[in-house]
Design a binder for this molecule. Structure first.
Ligand code: ADP
Length: 272
């Protein structure tokens, strides 16, 4: 019997998994040598949340995203995605360090867009968008291309299917990178300073695309940005970091108009 889409939600509710945070940092410690970058960090992100991480350079924001992408390993504590530990997996009732297979499976639910666009330089736009869906998710080429075309329309680049990255502006490359991350249908989108490498006149188009995605999907977003207007528009929560700790958190309204902590005020005064 075909499964009704709604049934999945019913099953999730019955199992109680619908209330599980999408992302959970549980007493996470990360060090580089003697430098303790994250010091027993705790926070949770619910499914569909749009959370912006702000704070001075070096406060650990990028490290949080890199840990989620499994580009770095924790030195203590646990990161969970949809309730599953990222760096460990269950063997019977024991937790053991994650195998490469487990890491690959966990990574699949997370898409990341970096400051530098990191497109495959030898592939055209369509190939950039379909490579992983075909080879990692096992999608049919025609299906992957259909989805890629939808996404290119979303990011306003339908006429660039056959262009190579070097033929595109930085803003266009970044929009392709966003479409490429979405082509994997991730539950979570990580955005790391996605406009900082762009000429100022190209920033607005990229932010508009991200606003549209925020408005039209329920994807969970974790955003590191210095674009405070964008953070205010798109996110429902802001976490202010300093030296690997959350010094204040709240709605954008609270953080940007009425911060309680002197540290937050000083940071915002310096960048706005
Ligand atoms: P932010 O994104 O808030 O600017 P980062 O997460 O990039 O901060 O960096 C936090 C701290 O970790 C900084 O002190 C930085 O120098 C250090 N760090 C980050 N990555 C590495 C690395 N690969 N090796 C050594 N130190 C690192």
């Amino acid at each position: 019997m075909p499964t009704e889409p709604a049934l999945d939600e019913d099953i999730a509710t019955a199992r109680g998994t619908s209330g599980v945070p999408m992302i959970e940092f549980d007493s996470v410690v990360k060090k580089f040598g003697d430098n303790v970058v994250l010091d027993h960090l705790d926070f949770k992100v619910a499914a569909g949340d749009r959370v912006t991480l702000i704070g001075p350079s070096g406060s650990g924001k990028t490290t949080i995203l890199r840990l989620l992408m499994t580009l770095e390993k924790v030195d203590g504590g646990v990161i969970r995605v949809k309730g599953e530990p990222l760096s460990h997996e269950k063997k019977g009732d024991r937790l053991v360090p994650a195998s490469e297979r487990h890491l690959r499976a966990m990574r699949r639910s997370i898409g990341m867009v970096f400051q530098q666009f990191n497109l495959f330089p030898n592939m055209n736009v369509m190939e950039n968008l379909t490579e992983a869906p075909i080879h990692v998710l096992g999608r049919k080429k025609s299906e992957a291309q259909e989805r890629a075309r939808e996404l290119l329309a979303t990011v306003g680049l339908s006429d660039k299917e056959t262009a190579h990255p070097t033929q595109l502006s930085g803003g266009q490359q970044q929009r392709v990178a966003i479409a490429r991350a979405l082509a994997m249908d991730p539950d979570i989108l990580l955005l790391d300073e996605v406009t900082s490498a762009l000429d100022p006149e190209l920033v607005a188009d990229v932010l508009d695309v991200l606003r549209t995605i925020a408005e039209t999907t329920d994807i969970t977003m974790l955003i590191v940005t210095h674009e405070m207007n964008f953070a205010r528009d798109v996110s429902n929560r802001v976490l202010m970091f300093d030296q690997g700790r959350i010094v204040e958190e709240g709605t954008p309204e609270h953080i940007f108009t009425n911060p309680e902590q002197e540290r937050t005020r000083r940071f915002l005064d310096a960048i706005i």
